[in-house]
Design a protein around this ligand. Sequence first.
Ligand code: AMP
Length: 114
Amino acid sequence: MSTDCLFCKIVAGDIPSDKVYEDEHVLAFRDIAPQAPVHILVIPKAHVATAAHVTGENADLVAACFAAIPQIAKAEGLDSGFRVITNCGEDGGQTVFHLHFHLLGGRSLGANLL
Ligand code: AMP
């Protein structure tokens, strides 16, 4: 845990979240400022700052997130598809420096990323 990390505080229960999924390694909760009808953040419980900090040592945490995503999508009724995004670093638009995957859906998101 990183003591000054917002998402570590959510994992610890020190800051409330609208939790939709949890297992040993993963927590998922609704984004506070949703960009789509379904907007969920899927995070490893362990602190990894960004996608640039993923290594052979901690890549199992990424795998755990991606194993959870289809289950969450199914529970949310995203049967016709969804988008998964991770912003990395300053130029990537990352604002919370704890690795997270945005799971977006509930409407047609179009073909363009931006
Ligand atoms: P990013 O800009 O990719 O780092 O995404 C950070 C996301 O965290 C943004 O979409 C925010 O709306 C979201 N966010 C910030 N604080 C909270 C919070 N307390 N609970 C849920 N989502 C949050």
